[in-house]
Design a protein around this ligand. Structure first.
Ligand SMILES: Cc1ncc(COP(=O)(O)O)c(C=O)c1O
Length: 403
């Protein structure tokens, strides 16, 4: 039995079987590259699902983590720590927000956003204002409330009954949204680009209309930027593409270079609804992830990664558009380095498998969509290298499927 098979067997025996994993054990990463047990090298176009945005083990992030770990690891939120305060300051100063709150994950950030929206609405608009409208195909997390917010019935079904207070509408239909608003509605929650749902973008006009509706109907605009935030779309926050100001934004994935973190940003008038004891966490905002995050933000600035993301995103997109006809591509979607390619035929799983065998890490969403989420530091040469393998994989996958 190979070492890989041994690990796979052990995982199957000892870990709950909730992940359908690829047969690879990664042991090392640097920049855009990963290495497996056999020292085989891969180019990573998934970045740990949008987490390793500044590349794997960026030396400055590693250094910040090492220094922080050796100095202070945990004291709880009963006390102040410097990295948390400085990170809150930086995120607030670079965004629409007036206040930050730190937690440990995307789902937790969205839980916090939902709690904050409800408390604010109860205080300012009345007891009956608690409903939040979200979009079909959205993904907001796996906790009960974020699962209820998620617009994917197949993910919800096994866990019903879910907490009440969520309604779903189709994305990019402002009339349907307006009609769905009831006397109970307190907010609208959207991903600027739906990630897990298949890389579907909010139209500019739709986002403008949503913002106008929120202002006119006195509703909170909550943006789930867990995946789109911190540079992924070529701007620090995806809402900047739409010339709007949200009331609450959630962040997580790319914020701390691979350490677990979540963050809630809000305007003062909304953030003020949380009183002492209303919301808290043992681990959230710890000195180590906050130090990592400060290093990530500095790397993004020093290495001009927002510019690189926008330029490389256009380059990758153009190349993908060029092969549309050859491989029966229905649509190329996304912004910056968050790109989805939808095929007419159900070839995505097989194409991703062949890419992986040939050293390119990609992610398929269902049978027809492949998602590209490379590090924001990706180069044109790396994109060329990946696309050569990608095209070969598509040819083979089409051949094998008979499509
Ligand atoms: C938009 C969005 N929101 C929330 C989440 C949940 O984040 P986490 O897995 O960190 O709880 C994800 C995860 O993929 C996401 O993409």
């Amino acid at each position: 039995m190979s070492q890989l098979e041994e690990y796979m067997e052990k995982e199957a025996k000892y870990h709950m079987q909730t992940y359908k994993r690829f047969p690879v054990v990664f042991i090392r990463g640097l920049g855009s590259r990963l290495w497996d047990l056999d020292e085989k090298e891969y180019l990573d176009f998934v970045s740990g699902l949008g987490v390793s945005s500044v590349g794997h083990c960026h030396p400055k992030v590693v250094d910040a983590i090492r220094k922080s770990v050796g100095k202070i690891m945990h004291v709880s939120n009963l006390f102040y720590t410097v990295p948390q305060i400085v990170l809150a300051e930086q995120l607030v100063e670079m965004s629409f927000g007036d206040k930050a709150f730190f937690c440990n994950s995307g789902a937790e950030a969205n839980e916090g956003a939902i709690k904050l929206a409800r408390k604010y609405a109860k205080m300012t608009l009345g007891e009956e204002k608690y409903e939040i409208i979200t979009a079909f195909r959205s993904f907001h997390g796996r906790t009960f409330k974020t699962l209820a917010a998620t617009g994917q019935p197949e993910k919800q079904k096994p866990f019903e009954p879910l907490p009440p207070g969520f309604k779903h509408v189709h994305l990019n239909d402002a009339c349907e949204l307006e009609e769905a608003i009831s006397e109970k509605t307190c907010g609208i929650m959207l991903e600027p680009i739906q990630g897990e749902g298949g890389v579907y973008e909010c139209d500019y006009a739709y986002m403008q209309a949503v913002c106008e509706i929120c202002n006119r109907r006195n509703l909170l605009l909550i943006l789930d930027e867990v995946q789109t935030g911190i540079g992924r779309t070529g701007k620090m926050f995806a809402y900047e593409h739409f010339d709007i100001e949200p009331d609450i934004v959630t962040l997580a994935k790319g914020l701390a270079g691979g350490l677990p973190i979540g963050c809630l940003l809000a305007k003062d008038k909304v953030a003020g609804a949380f009183d002492y004891g209303d919301h808290a966490t043992t681990f959230g905002g710890g000195a180590v992830p906050c130090s990592a995050s400060l290093a990530v933000l500095k790397v993004i600035e020093d290495e001009r990664l927002l510019e690189n993301c926008a330029i490389m995103g256009s380059y990758l997109r153009e190349k993908l558009e060029d092969i549309k006809d050859k491989f029966a591509v229905k649509e190329v979607r996304g912004k910056g380095l968050m790109i989805g390619v939808e095929f007419e035929d159900p070839i995505a799983p097989q194409a991703v498998k062949i890419c992986l065998e040939n050293g390119i890490v990609l992610n398929n969403i269902g049978e027809r969509i492949i998602r590209f989420l490379p590090p924001l530091s990706i180069t044109a040469e790396e994109i060329d290298q990946a696309l050569t393998v990608f095209e070969e994989a598509l040819t083979e996958a089409h051949k094998e499927s008979g499509c």
